[in-house]
Design a protein. Structure first.
Length: 328
């Protein structure tokens, strides 16, 4: 499914909110029968962040949104729409998006997208489509995930992966500021994977790890290939590859199949933040922009992809644009 912006939309800010508490592999060693060396060699993850037990998912999201607004100098009442991605919420009603808007004190249409770990891609695609409406000028797309709510710390197969985080991106229609112009989006789904990954009410997360990895690579490559092919691009032209932050193997294997150079895969944070579900791609974008923004040049291709349970996958093709008022 293709979604193309009918009006120019730029992502002008990306901010991450990482909890301060660090859970290292050495800590995991005290909980289950595993070893730091094994975790690193199989996933690339060395530690993950975990929020306080009393921290609400919406509070994590609200902190990220507030930081993003402050970064660009927007007032809270200047947002026309708030779209949040979240797979793990404190409760069903109200939505995480409503919790964020309530904490920020803004009166704005707000709703939450749940497409598992692909949720942020879906939220960006939906926001891009809604930007076609003449009344929409500024949109906040957030992702907030408290994976510690779903992790069984005695489950050796799963507890090594996950971490908490939130991210917020700000989109502006017909912007003249520097940012990532969102030029194309792709969404796909395969219903036969619906029972391979689950978080039941009142239960803990479970997955078929082998099936999840197989689809993760296939789904990533498929959405990325569609985006690149129809825009006349090759993997070698990708300047930054923002993949679902599941583990090192997914990113490296997908990049190799797509012909994306290793330097373009440096935009990641899984090694110290873990798999943050739908928030990981956006926090990696925020962290990557903090490190590499000065290296970007007008026209650089930025590719964002995510995959999740269901099975679902999503991708966004962006191009870096220098602001009209920014010196060359």
């Amino acid at each position: 499914m293709r979604i193309v912006p009918l009006r120019p939309v730029r992502l002008v800010a990306a901010v991450a909110e990482h909890p301060a508490v660090r859970v290292t592999n050495r800590t995991i060693e005290t909980l289950v029968d595993t070893a730091d060396e094994w975790i690193v060699s199989h996933t690339g993850i060395r530690e993950r962040r975990v929020s306080e037990p009393t921290m609400a998912v919406a509070e994590l999201g609200a902190r990220a949104v507030a930081k993003a607004l402050a970064a660009v100098g927007w007032e809270r009442n200047e947002i026309d729409l708030l779209v949040c991605s979240s797979s793990v919420a404190d409760h069903l009603i109200p939505s995480v998006a409503s919790g964020i808007s309530g904490r920020l004190g803004v009166d704005v249409p707000a709703f939450t997208v749940n497409a598992s770990c692909a949720g942020a891609s879906y939220a960006l695609a939906v926001a891009t489509a809604l930007a076609a409406q003449s009344s929409v000028k500024r949109i906040c797309v957030s992702a907030a995930e408290k994976t510690s709510l779903m992790v069984d710390w005695t489950d050796r197969a799963n507890c090594i992966f996950f971490g908490d985080s939130a991210a917020a991106t700000l989109l502006e229609v017909e912007s003249v500021g520097s940012g990532i112009e969102l030029v194309d989006a792709e969404l796909l789904g395969e219903g036969d994977g619906w029972d391979k990954m689950a978080l039941p009410f009142g239960g803990k997360f479970r997955q078929d790890g082998r099936a999840a990895l197989e689809f993760a690579v296939r789904g990533t490559v498929e959405v990325a290939s569609r985006l690149l092919d129809r825009n006349g691009l090759s993997g070698e032209q990708v300047r930054a590859f923002l993949c679902h932050q599941a583990n090192e193997r997914l990113i490296a294997t997908s990049a190799e199949k797509l012909g994306i150079e290793e330097a373009a895969t440096d935009w990641h944070n899984y090694e110290w933040a873990g798999n943050q579900l739908s928030a990981g791609m956006l926090t990696a974008l925020a962290d990557g922009l903090e490190r590499h923004r000065g290296e970007l040049r007008d026209g650089d291709v930025i590719l964002l992809t995510q995959v999740g349970g269901g099975w679902v996958a999503g991708g966004i093709l962006g191009v870096w644009r220098e602001g009209a008022s920014r010196p060359a």
